[in-house]
Design a protein around this ligand. Structure first.
Ligand code: ADP
Ligand code: MG
Length: 685
């Protein structure tokens, strides 16, 4: 069977359904097979109606007490069902599902899943709780089948239909790509891929689910490990590491020109890096340090050390705002030393871009700061010796590997991040990295005081912001969205800017910053903010990483419930960077007790590592890593937190396989069919 055949041509699908499936990432038969069930219709996971809470997503089972049909004034057909399970009643609402009315009957048993909201926009204990359902009920979900697979599907694809095309596809798996050779499957007692796929979709027992998951997780992690080993191999073939001498004039001059004394942690990290760079084994180091802990200065020292030894060095950062900020600051330190620093960004004009490439290629620029623009094919370095990536979790492995591949020698590599990365993930994504930590913030930092407030306090809060601004401070107001959206009820930056700029702050210089502005506009605003010409900056999360304006001491986060804790901590890290007392005010009207619990942790905890752990615990890895764009491929089945043991086995197997120079063809064929994004795209076999 051709597993890469476009899904559109599979019997019964056609262009319209294909489009809906494409949205789920299903473009061919292989994707269909690896779109795994979200869960199995497990009837034990039912919440009694009396125990459901607002904002919670629950499974409820009950019988129908009454059915009502109405037409809204907009002509929309509304079906309201009152469901009881003898512990309480719940209202279920469907819009525009005329066929549904016929299939629903009083007394009928119903299984529904959905998010609980309050009827009539009300709130509080006595208000009627309801589930609004936009999708047709799947009648099969009410079947008494213990292991019926449940998939996340759009309304246009009926589960029954989906299961039928799956059954067809599963009927012929004889040449399904598989990364695991028989010897490995035997060694680790794993099912064949065909068996695993059949059993994950249509299990007959708990054991089936467990065994198929084990095989598929193992294969996925094995593939990533082999991919990483292979990538490293092609990039380092016939290359040697670079090796630097002891610190000499340039580094010493820079060191004594620093506006502060390094902390003990920074000193320790710096000496670890020096040792790595002075050794002929290529440096592979991860530098972890909370927001504001002072990682940048370490980067500058390392960049200059490489330059002092005759190498070019590059710093890759995730946003242009951050690249430009680093560039400004670096020039202040490096121009006096006679070091040429350059900036490579996607937004440069064609001429600037051409010039930049020339400067990089001829080696005139010794230190290059840039965004993803650095990894484009056209960029050629004269003699790249050190690669640093800042806020590493924002980049994929492949992106870093591309940059490293641009060096003729094996470059030294330093990756920096403020986000604590669990060990499993470090192994998955980075292979073996040595870890350095900056545990304590530089001296003299005042703890940021954080408050969680409801919107009723908004007036008072902005009065306070105004007072601080009048005393010379600057403030950020962060909003979850750029513009008003119909579907999401929260504050937008544009709306907030209008309101503040024409209202209470009308005599204050305000600006609006978001991702849709041009690079030049963004840069102008950041420069003005930095130069204290703008006193209030209303912004989206574009300021989330790295921005450093020490005079800004106050931040208001609107719609704070829409952010994860790790992200709020990153945002909060924009303030408390100078000598001033800093305040972070989180505004949220969420009534969900879970949300309030989560946000109030921000009031108590200032340590980013502790917060991230809490966030992970409360939201689960999916959302936590989802929000922080970890640079992992879209893992189909493995879980970076819980599958440690399988990971360790898969890693061992991968190392052995690659060390023995076993064939990679089938593994790479599987990688390339499974990952469409460029995470591990391997073309040069
Ligand atoms: P991050 O680790 O989040 O990248 P930065 O490198 O941007 O943090 O540093 C945050 C602030 O701390 C900067 O203003 C920097 O100049 C300052 N800083 C760094 N190291 C020290 C130090 N040893 N003493 C005082 N201030 C420092
Ligand atoms: Mg930083």
């Amino acid at each position: 069977m051709n597993f890469e055949e476009n899904i559109q041509y599979v019997k019964g699908i056609g262009p319209k359904k294909a489009q809906a499936l494409n949205k789920l990432g299903i473009e061919n038969k292989y994707n269909l097979l690896t779109y795994y069930p979200k869960r199995y219709n497990d009837q034990s996971d039912i919440t009694p109606i009396s125990e459901i809470e607002y904002d919670e997503t629950v499974n409820v089972k009950g019988y129908i007490i009454s059915i009502q049909e109405k037409i809204s004034y907009k002509g929309m057909k509304i079906i309201t069902v009152l469901l009881s399970d003898d512990t309480g009643t719940l209202q279920i609402i469907w819009f525009n599902q005329p066929f549904l009315a016929r299939s629903l009957k009083k007394g009928m048993n119903l299984f529904v899943k959905g998010k609980i909201s309050y009827a009539y926009g009300g709130s509080g204990q006595f208000c009627i709780k309801q589930i609004i359902s936009y999708f047709l009920l799947d009648d099969e979900q009410n079947e008494q089948c213990e292991f019926l697979p449940i998939y996340i599907l759009p309304g246009t694809i009926k589960p029954k239909f989906y299961r039928s095309i799956l059954t067809d596809t599963l009927s012929d798996l004889h040449n399904i790509p598989c990364a695991l050779a028989e010897s490995i499957r035997n060694e680790y007692k794993l099912l064949t891929k065909a068996d695993a796929l059949r059993k994950i979709h249509f299990p007959k027992s708990e054991e089936d689910i467990e065994a198929s998951r084990k095989m598929l997780i193992f294969e996925e992690l094995f593939m990533i490990q082999c991919g990483l080993i292979h990538l490293r191999k092609i990039h380092t073939q016939n290359k040697h590491g670079i090796h630097c001498l002891l610190n000499s004039t340039l580094v010493k001059k820079l060191y004594s020109a620093l506006p502060f004394k390094l902390t003990a942690d920074q000193e320790k990290v710096w000496s670890e890096i020096c040792n790595d760079m002075q050794s002929s084994t290529p440096m592979q180091r991860l530098l972890q340090g909370d927001v504001g802990s002072g990682k940048t200065v370490i980067a500058v020292l390392a960049l200059v050390k490489a330059v002092e030894n005759g190498w070019q060095s590059a710093l890759m950062v995730p946003t242009e705002i951050l690249a430009r900020q680093h560039f400004r600051n670096f020039c202040l330190l490096l121009d006096p030393l006679g070091i040429k620093t350059g900036l490579l960004l996607g937004s440069l004009s064609a001429k600037e871009h051409r010039d930049a490439l020339q400067q990089i290629k001829t080696g005139k620029w010794q230190i290059i700061i840039g965004t993803h623009a650095l990894i484009q094919d056209k960029v050629e370095f004269a003699n790249l010796g050190l690669v640093i990536t800042d806020e590493q979790h924002r980049f994929g492995v492949a992106q870093r590997a591309y940059l490293e591949a641009k060096a003729v020698h094996i470059p030294d590599v330093l990756v920096m991040t403020a986000t604590p990365i669990p060990r499993t993930m470090t192994l998955t994504v980075y292979g073996d990295l040595n870890v350095s930590m900056i545990r304590h913030l530089p001296p003299g930092r005042k703890n940021i005081r954080t408050f969680l407030r409801t919107k009723s306090a908004r007036e008072k809060i902005y009065q306070f912001v105004l007072k601080e601004i009048k005393e010379g401070r600057q403030a950020y107001v962060v909003c979850p969205l750029i513009e008003i959206s119909e579907n999401i009820k929260t504050v937008s930056a544009e709306e907030m800017f209008e309101k503040l700029n024409t209202g209470i702050f009308k005599n204050i210089n305000c600006a609006l910053l978001h991702g849709k502005l041009s690079a030049i506009e963004k840069e102008q605003i950041m420069q003005d903010f930095f130069a204290n010409k703008i006193h209030l900056l209303v912004s989206t999360t574009v300021i989330e990483v790295g921005v450093n304006v020490p005079n800004a001491s106050i931040m208001v986060v609107e719609g704070a419930d829409r952010f994860g804790l790790a992200q709020l901590h990153q945002l909060r890290g924009r303030i408390g960077r100078g000598q001033y007392k800093s305040y972070c005010i989180l505004l949220s009207d969420s009534k969900s007790s879970k949300t309030v619990e989560r946000l109030s942790l921000m009031e108590k905890i200032n340590d980013g590592f502790v917060l991230a752990e809490e966030d992970l615990r409360l939201r689960g890895p999916g959302q936590f890593f989802g929000a922080m764009q970890h640079g992992l491929p879209d893992l189909k089945i493995a879980n970076v937190l819980s599958d440690v043991n399988i990971l360790l086995d898969a890693r061992k197997a991968a190392e052995k396989w690659c060390a023995n120079k076993n064939p990679m063809t089938e593994i790479i064929r599987t990688i390339n069919i499974q990952y469409k994004n460029d995470f591990l795209k391997i073309t040069d076999i």
